[in-house]
Design a binder for this molecule. Structure first.
Ligand SMILES: [Zn+2]
Length: 136
């Protein structure tokens, strides 16, 4: 699904959602959300929000070939992350990080990032990406 949001909304994560489902029977949290628990088959699931959860990096893949709309910022790094509290596995692009900085267990947080821009109309699509937790 493509979603277009004005540029001024950039980084306003609170307005963006990262909805998953939690199974009331086996306790697993699944992303993307599903009406049926993919772990135990139960339909007794509830929606939960993961946008405020930090996550640790489980694994990643680096894509060096350019995809349409991504030419300006390759390589694209796709990560598998596990959220700290609900233990949901999320596949998402990684941002603000160099390939050599990646390590298993790296703490990351979700941010809203420009995913692609379409033609001269400049329709901009936003989505969730993960970046390293800013050190304070
Ligand atoms: Zn279940």
């Amino acid at each position: 699904m493509k979603i277009s949001i004005p540029p001024s909304w950039r980084n306003r994560v609170a307005r963006y959602r990262l909805t998953a489902t939690k199974c009331r029977d086996c306790g697993r949290t699944l992303y993307p959300p599903s009406e049926v628990c993919r772990a135990c088959g139960s339909r007794n699931v509830e929606k939960v929000e993961l946008i405020n959860e930090k996550a640790k990096l489980v694994t990643w893949t680096i894509i060096y070939s350019a995809m349409d709309g991504f030419e300006d910022r390759r390589p694209v790094i796709l990560g598998v992350l596990e959220t700290l509290e609900s233990k949901a596995r999320i596949l998402a692009p990684l941002t603000d990080v160099l390939p050599e900085e990646l390590q298993v267990g790296l703490l990351m947080e979700p941010v809203m990032r420009r995913i692609s821009e379409e033609g001269e109309a400049g329709l901009i699509h936003y989505g969730i990406a993960y970046r390293p937790l800013v050190k304070t």
